[in-house]
Design a protein around this ligand. Structure first.
Ligand SMILES: Cc1cc2nc3c(=O)[nH]c(=O)nc-3n(C[C@H](O)[C@H](O)[C@H](O)COP(=O)(O)OP(=O)(O)OC[C@H]3O[C@@H](n4cnc5c(N)ncnc54)[C@H](O)[C@@H]3O)c2cc1C
Length: 293
């Protein structure tokens, strides 16, 4: 199906993009276009203009703050993100997860910002960013603000972005000593969407000679419900306990809080919740047994 007629704007700077979004209230940001162009062709969305940010160099940088925070530009493609040396060194799990998104074509065009702002419940990044306590930098007519990833998702395809706001960067805090990350998902097919995702950031201290130790911090997030959700009961059960498979498996039985997944032709809600518990267990085990942790 052909695209509807609309105005196409390619700003040269972020400031120009903000101005263009402010000038036309019914404008949409265009990034990789992997989802938006299909939505346009299907007449699901009806913007008057597209503001194409995909080539803005300002949004394609990876930089490190003095405290180790990584600033990831919103228009970085998955390929650029996965191949970046700084990301691979500081956030290896993020790089590895990104390098496995679907297929070469999607990784060449799809962007971090598009993935984050789409608000698709099944997307790869949302649970990871919640587990990492990432912050999202947005710019709009009222200036710049930061939103915690945990506060960003309001409902399926609905985010905390206000009209005219552009996501410019994703900030990943540095991993502290003893911290490591795990990420697991269950896909319908290898190149298809997911039924359940989980990501965990775990700090293990006082390791003994066998490599196990005590979990002193944990952030666990589930994805594929309406919005990504932290798992406070599982986190509380992990913290202070041993970093052993048995203890982690016991804590994972508490996962599923506020998950509320849909039931459809692919799986019942009960099955999705059961699989989310499995993904949460595996993500924490993976993080807790990472050598760097
Ligand atoms: C065949 C196929 C399979 C896929 N499988 C997966 C998968 O397994 N996992 C997964 O996570 N994704 C998957 N996707 C989705 C893909 O990753 C999309 O590219 C992504 O979700 C949207 O990114 P985009 O850069 O293409 O954004 P676009 O399609 O350009 O935009 C998506 C939405 O985000 C908004 N937006 C984009 N950038 C910004 C910004 N900087 N600030 C504010 N708003 C912005 C747009 O206005 C639009 O509403 C798949 C897509 C395809 C085509």
């Amino acid at each position: 199906m052909l695209l509807p007629e609309l105005e196409y704007i390619r700003p040269a700077t972020v400031a120009e993009a903000i101005d263009a979004l402010a000038a036309e209230r019914n404008a949409r940001v265009l990034a990789g276009g992997q989802t938006l162009l299909n939505a346009l062709k299907l007449r699901i969305v009806h913007p008057a203009a597209l503001v194409d940010v995909s080539r803005l160099e300002e949004l394609r940088q990876v930089a490190e703050e003095p405290d180790g925070t990584l600033r990831l530009g919103a228009a970085l493609t998955y390929d650029e993100l996965a191949g970046n040396a700084l990301v691979r060194e500081r956030h290896a799990v993020t790089a590895a997860m990104t390098s496995r998104i679907v297929d070469r074509q999607v990784r060449a065009r799809g962007t971090l910002g598009g993935n984050v702002c789409l608000g698709d419940p099944t997307s790869n990044f949302p649970p990871l960013l919640v587990a990492l306590d990432a912050r999202l930098v947005v710019q709009g007519p009222a200036g710049t603000r930061e939103i915690a990833a945990e506060q960003f998702y309001l409902a399926p395809y609905m985010t905390a972005l206000e009209p005219g706001e552009l996501l410019t960067e994703v900030l990943l805090p540095p991993l502290a000593d003893g911290e490591a990350v795990g990420y697991e998902s269950l896909q319908v097919g290898i190149d298809s969407w997911a039924l359940a995702r989980a990501s965990a950031l775990v700090r293990v201290q006082s390791r003994d000679g066998n490599g196990s130790g005590t979990i002193t911090a944990a952030r666990v997030a589930l994805g594929c419900g309406p919005v990504p959700v932290r798992q406070p009961a599982m986190e509380a059960a992990l913290i202070g306990g041993p970093a052993t498979r048995d203890a982690i498996a016991a804590a994972a039985k508490l996962a599923g809080e506020a998950f509320d997944p849909p039931a459809d032709v692919h799986a019942t809600a009960q099955y999705r919740t059961a699989m989310a518990r499995v993904m949460a267990r595996r993500a924490v085990i993976s993080a807790a047994t990472t050598k760097e942790a």
